[in-house]
Design a protein around this ligand. Structure first.
Ligand code: FAD
Length: 475
């Protein structure tokens, strides 16, 4: 059909990558549209990811924190949990943010086209209007023409073939719906998403088991950081099954029965009230008709891009989860800005030195750049310095001194190349280490920067002073 509208830039997908790219393109004066199948902007992150999980985790963290106060002489009664209100709070948080995004799109005159998009050529999408649920398609189709396209179609939960359909078996989206608190819950996959959701359910009263194929939980983070988290969280778990495979899941009337395989795996099937499948996410590259535009997609559904975020088709860009790991919102946003700049004819590159990772558990675990694990694997010579929070006045005052801050320096240049923090608010603090790495700081730059006392963030300056051999004399 004849094109109804022609845009300088059409962004496929309204997640953090997509809306950031669209807003940046519009700010450059380009006529821009976003095509999104759901009723709201924000994608996985805002609707069923980062934000709702943190809304629930915040409540869980406060509940857990209050328990710590008992040791200081302040005891509260057992909490009364109104799960409908808690769910309502989470919905309100999402609503505020999606409404904000809609306003930002409007203010920039970015058209938001609701529907399922498929490429039909290297310059056209066909959009089938949806009613907002993402699936419920109507018969209304239209063609949207573009000079540049930015693919930001994201990722979806990886389905395991042997897992039956049952309301007691959920993925992260189902877990965030928070229908009820089960007595006994199994988490399949000991990564960040599984452990964050597990934290919420456990604080609300569930007993947890976790099964992980690798030899440790929270892969990617250095083991010394994870160890601190694990010690503080062991009470939540009946069984942490490492090096273990889930080989069978059977839905029976009285529960979900799961069979495991591994040297230390239980020999009998185990019974659960709720099973959370958090065994990874896969990209949506094979679902958008990319071949019609000549855009190359890997067998697994990833779209390869160069440093300008261009695919093999120069006027078609790709960003976010669909271009590869790490699948994180802040990476998607940064890539979106790069793509938009290039659409506007500027020369922009994705040249971030490091991308931080955070598990918003209790305590939080945050890391960035070269970890000790990476250094060992790649033969990078490093020196590290650690500041234990047992020597931090603020951490002790908070009654939470289990954490530590670690800085990793290049042994030859002395420049900081990585860091890790485990402790409360670690995620809020890791940004300083990211900045130090981007700015090419050495231990002196960080250690001689006056940090506010007494703060947890001060531990970063202290760790640098440890590296300098300076006495860290503030209690
Ligand atoms: P997405 O957010 O996946 O958005 C893609 C959008 O494209 C979707 O809205 C989809 O509906 C739309 N779309 C796809 N195909 C089509 C089509 N054919 N037509 C129309 N529309 C289409 N990351 C963090 O950085 N911090 C966190 O704390 C964090 N927590 C998370 C917690 C959970 C439970 C989950 C699941 C993820 C979490 N993530 C977190 C990851 C984060 O959500 C993703 O990295 C981020 O959303 C990726 O953004 P994106 O723009 O690439 O794609």
């Amino acid at each position: 059909g004849a094109a109804e509208a022609e845009y300088d830039v059409v962004v496929l997908g309204g997640g953090p990558g997509g809306y950031s790219a669209a807003f940046a393109a519009a700010d450059q004066g380009l006529k821009t549209a976003i095509i999104e199948r759901y009723a709201t902007l924000g994608g996985v992150c805002l609707n069923v990811g980062c934000i709702p999980s943190k809304a629930l985790l915040h409540n869980a963290a406060v509940m857990d924190e209050v328990k710590h106060l008992a040791a200081n002489g302040i005891k509260f009664a057992e909490p009364e949990i109104d799960i409908d209100m808690l769910r309502g709070y989470k919905e309100k948080v999402i609503g505020k943010l999606t409404t904000g995004l809609a306003g930002m799109a409007k203010a920039r005159k970015v058209d938001v086209i609701r529907g399922n998009a498929q490429f039909i050529s290297a310059n056209h999408f066909e959009v089938t209007e949806t009613t907002g649920t993402g699936k419920d398609e109507t018969a209304n189709k239209k063609v949207v023409a573009f000079k540049n396209a930015i693919i930001a179609a994201g990722s979806r939960v990886t389905q395991l073939p042997f897992i039956p359909q049952d309301p007691r078996i959920v993925d992260s989206t189902g877990a965030l719906e928070l229908k009820a608190v089960p007595e006994k819950m199994l988490i399949i996959g000991g990564g960040i998403i599984g452990l964050e959701m597990g934290t919420v359910y456990s604080t609300l009263g569930a007993r947890l088991d976790v099964v992980e194929m690798m030899d440790g939980l929270m892969q990617g983070a250095d083991r010394d950081l994870v160890k601190v988290w694990q010690k503080m969280n062991e009470y939540r778990f009946d069984n942490i099954m490492l090096n273990t495979k889930t080989v069978g899941v059977e839905a029976k009337e009285d529960g979900i029965y799961v069979t495991f395989e591994g040297a230390k795996a239980p020999t009998e099937p185990q019974r659960y009230d709720l099973v959370l499948v958090a065994a990874g996410r896969q990209p949506n590259g094979l679902l958008i008709g990319a071949d019609k535009a000549g855009v190359a997609v890997t067998e697994r559904g990833f779209i390869n891009v160069d440093k300008t975020q261009r695919t093999n088709v120069p006027h078609i860009y790709a960003i976010g989860d669909i271009v590869g790991q790490p699948m994180l919102a802040h990476k998607a946003v940064h890539e979106g800005h790069v793509a938009a700049e290039n659409c506007a004819g500027h020369k922009a590159f994705f040249d971030a030195r490091v991308i931080p990772g955070v598990a918003y558990t209790d305590p939080e675990v945050a890391w960035v750049g070269v970890t000790e694990e990476i250094a060992k694997r790649d033969g990078i010579k490093i020196t590290k310095s650690v500041f234990p929070w047992a020597a931090s006045g603020r951490a002790i005052a908070n009654g939470r001194d289990e954490g530590f801050t670690k800085l990793i320096f290049d042994a030859e240049t002395g420049l900081i190349i990585g860091g890790g923090i485990v402790g409360t608010h670690a995620g809020d603090m890791i940004g300083e280490i990211c900045l130090a790495i981007e700015m090419g700081c050495d231990a002196e730059d960080i250690g001689k920067t006056i940090h506010p006392h007494p703060t947890l963030g001060e531990s970063i300056g202290m760790a640098a002073e440890v590296a300098l051999g300076v006495c860290t004399d503030l209690p």
